[in-house]
Design a protein around this ligand. Sequence first.
Ligand code: ZN
Ligand code: ZN
Length: 234
Amino acid sequence: MHIDVITALLADLEAGFITWEQALKQVTALPTVWHTAEWKRQRDALIGTACAVCATTDGPFVLQHLTPSPHFKEVCQTVKQELRNQLLPQMEAQVTAADVAAHVGPGDERQACPTCASVSIRERKTMQPRYVCSRGEKGWHAFPYFDVPFTVRYYTKQKTTDHASAMEMAREFLVSVAMVAEVRKYDQAIQHEATLRSLRQTLVYRSLKDTATYCKKCAFKEDLPLIQRKIYAS
Ligand SMILES: [Zn+2]
Ligand SMILES: [Zn+2]
């Protein structure tokens, strides 16, 4: 089952004797465990005579792994998300009010509907009143026509006339930009941590310790969300 090989690799990786790439390469080069005779023997010895979920004694039964073993990419995503959560307060503090104000800018003067302040208005060549509000035309408000437009400030990058929401959007944007740049610095550390976790998961999986006897129906029911997630992800 190569438990000693993987345990040794994990120790070497934890100690920094090998890189995550070397560890991962060696683990993926190992023969597929569930094809080995030893695996089949151990699994058959562990399978009981009743389902742990529905208690049926009608076989056939399978040995269900109770600890999930996500794909390496999924583990990387989890590690990355944990890092983002950890870095968020720091990134938020890094983006100053002045940065946000500079990003929003003074805005452009635009002509808008006097009823709803929307900038999607158009001027009519011959008809009176001269202007029509597109929103009003679609039924957002009564009487979409007007002669004198209302002047507003339009924040182009945020596509809004509302200063407070432009500031909020700009802050979110600048924090996300800072986050992407910061997370990139941790690329190797993320893969290292994900490899450590993957090796530990592999050991649990191969040890067949965290398992239970399931009937095929219950095993299918439990695996279904996982199968659906994999189909969705592929
Ligand atoms: Zn069952
Ligand atoms: Zn309007």
